[in-house]
Design a binder for this molecule. Structure first.
Ligand SMILES: C[S@@+](CC[C@H](N)C(=O)[O-])C[C@H]1O[C@@H](n2cnc3c(N)ncnc32)[C@H](O)[C@@H]1O
Length: 253
């Protein structure tokens, strides 16, 4: 693993970002969100018996328990290969397709949603995937405490919750402090790929990613959809209704 930082150095960097004690809004009304974005709600969504059974039986096979300890990807995936972090894979449809076509890369998916994790576990088993592992926990904690600096080849964040109301924008994942944490965990030349179908969030993504000094845009503004990202059913329906979606691909300098 190409990690130039000792765990102690990483702890110091994390502390620089960790203002979790300080949750009062600042003068401009923004929250100092370093490491404390409430980007999801705990939903009591329906879970099928198959998904529940997968959670009960397959998590020990494909899951990694959250703990504030840096991961060693070679140990986790039992091989040396580029590792891609995906945040919020939902039901895992896109993730499964990408894992199947990019077998030489490791995929670490982070999701909080029970039914989604159950569904992804079943996909791993049914497709015979060996290059995917799951952490069921808040991605902000995972990034902060489990992902070594300069360790990732890529990061995928597809259709993150748009938190449409202005007063909820502070719950959006793509904000400067979190993007900085992500960029620090990419290797030089590694990429971050975001997609959204919400124009106002696309604008925020472009602004925040462009402003991060560690990153550079691969396109002049929004990027063409890379071939490896399949068009989702949701997007296909949206396009028929005249909606758009935007991809953003930035690389680490
Ligand atoms: C709108 S869904 C998109 C799912 C999928 N990427 C897709 O394109 O269909 C966003 C997902 O992100 C997950 N999520 C939101 N915040 C998260 C966080 N902090 N950590 C892990 N997962 C998160 C939600 O549970 C949800 O499943």
């Amino acid at each position: 693993m190409n990690n130039h930082h000792t765990p102690k150095e990483q702890e110091m960097t994390n502390m620089d970002h960790d203002t979790s004690e300080n949750t009062a809004p600042t003068e401009d009304g923004k929250h100092p969100l370093f490491g404390r974005i409430r980007s999801f709600v705990h939903r009591r969504a329906h879970i099928t018996p198959g998904q529940q059974q997968a959670l009960d039986t397959l998590m020990q096979k494909w899951g990694i328990t959250y703990s504030p300890t840096l991961l060693d990807f070679e140990q986790v995936f039992k091989r040396s290969a580029p590792t891609i972090l995906e945040i919020g894979f939902g039901m895992g449809e896109t993730t499964e397709k990408i894992c199947l076509t990019r077998k030489d890369e490791n995929f670490l998916g982070v999701e909080v949603f029970n039914a989604g994790v159950g569904s992804m576990l079943n996909r791993i088993e049914n497709s015979g995937l060996t290059n995917m592992r799951i952490i069921q926990h808040d991605a902000v904690d995972v990034v902060n405490h489990m992902i070594p600096l300069e360790s990732l080849a890529g990061i995928h964040i597809y259709f993150p919750d748009p938190w449409q109301k202005k007063r909820h924008h502070k719950r959006r994942l793509i904000q400067s402090p979190f993007v900085k944490l992500l960029a620090e965990r990419l290797k030089t030349g590694g990429y971050i790929h975001c997609a959204t179908d919400w124009e106002n969030y696309a604008e925020q993504m472009l602004e925040v990613l462009s402003a991060e000094p560690l990153l550079q845009n691969t396109a002049d503004g929004y990027a063409p959809k890379p071939d490896y990202r399949p068009q989702t059913k949701f997007e296909t329906r949206g396009f028929r209704l005249g909606h758009s979606s935007w991809d953003l691909v930035f690389t680490k300098k």
